[in-house]
Design a protein around this ligand. Structure first.
Ligand SMILES: Nc1nc2c(ncn2[C@@H]2O[C@H](COP(=O)(O)OP(=O)(O)OP(=O)(O)O)[C@@H](O)[C@H]2O)c(=O)[nH]1
Ligand SMILES: [Mg+2]
Length: 254
């Protein structure tokens, strides 16, 4: 079996790093060979053992010292530098035979999604073998406006990277059953999200929401928790569907 690349993407603190750990542990448990890659030069504590780690080449501190910039500037430079070592990373990946390659992306989502280095990385590793797990932060998702913003950010990630997206509500253990139900309903049904929006947001037309649905943006969220370990089987099924779902692939992509 060829390798497939699973990029874990989401806003700062949405649970990317812990999801890589939880999903890698789950795959291990199922005896499905996998490797984990850390692409975040600013990562402090990485709870999984990274098989390949960008910090072997450079860390945020290195960049701050070398380029005489602060942490934010260093993050931007770091994101661009990753693209310059992608051939070496690819060589290291190919050294492993593991079919599942889990990729932890930098803390700030825009660093990975909006900068062209991500396109270079995805292209170099193989676009048709790639998908992203997009994490909806549970606290931001609680309000309709927050949820809508995350939906737009997720869609910009799809437009930018042009790979299938598996939407996941992370850290779901932090939400009540009622909150979970409401958020999943929003994710599936444009009318319900529209109805929940505050009065001021109603200036957006319902047609816009239907357009977004037609684009495939409204899809049921997978409910997951890395600390409690649930939802990993659904994420796995989502990946299978993306790569082996046949006719469904188009639907998942767009
Ligand atoms: N309750 C709960 N907390 C979680 C879960 N996953 C992660 N966390 C906590 O959320 C915080 C952020 O998680 P990370 O996995 O580091 O998030 P990240 O998106 O990688 O964060 P950055 O890379 O720093 O942007 C950590 O303190 C974790 O302990 C979860 O499933 N449930
Ligand atoms: Mg992280």
């Amino acid at each position: 079996m060829d390798q497939i690349y699973i990029y874990v993407v989401g806003i700062a603190g949405s649970g990317k790093t812990y999801l890589v750990k939880a999903f890698s542990d789950w795959l291990d448990f199922k005896k499905l060979d996998n490797i984990a890659i850390n692409l975040d030069p600013g990562a402090d504590n990485v709870p999984y053992s990274a098989d390949i780690d960008v910090r072997e080449w450079f860390t945020l501190e290195d960049i701050m010292a070398k380029y005489e910039v602060g942490p934010n500037g260093a993050q931007v430079i770091g994101a661009d530098l990753v693209a310059t070592i992608i051939d070496e990373i690819k060589d290291e990946i190919e050294y492993y035979t593991a079919p599942y390659v889990l990729i932890d992306t930098p803390g700030q989502m825009e660093l990975f999604v909006l900068r062209s280095s991500s396109e270079i990385i995805v292209n170099r590793l193989g676009r048709d073998r790639s998908a992203m797990i997009y994490l909806f932060d549970p606290i931001v998702s609680k309000t309709p406006n927050g949820f809508l913003s995350l939906l737009f950010m997720g869609s910009s990630a799809v437009l930018r990277l042009n790979i299938p997206q598996i939407p996941v509500l992370s850290k779901s253990d932090l939400l009540s059953d009622e909150e979970l139900k409401r958020i999943v309903e929003w994710s599936e049904n444009p009318e319900s999200l529209y109805d929940s929006l505050g009065y001021e947001r109603k200036t957006m037309s319902l047609e816009l929401f239907h357009l977004l649905k037609d684009l495939g943006l409204f899809r049921p969220l997978i409910i997951a928790s890395s600390t409690q370990g649930f939802g990993m089987d659904d994420i796995y099924d989502g990946i299978q569907e993306v790569f082996y779902g046949g006719d469904d692939l188009e639907k998942i992509l767009y």
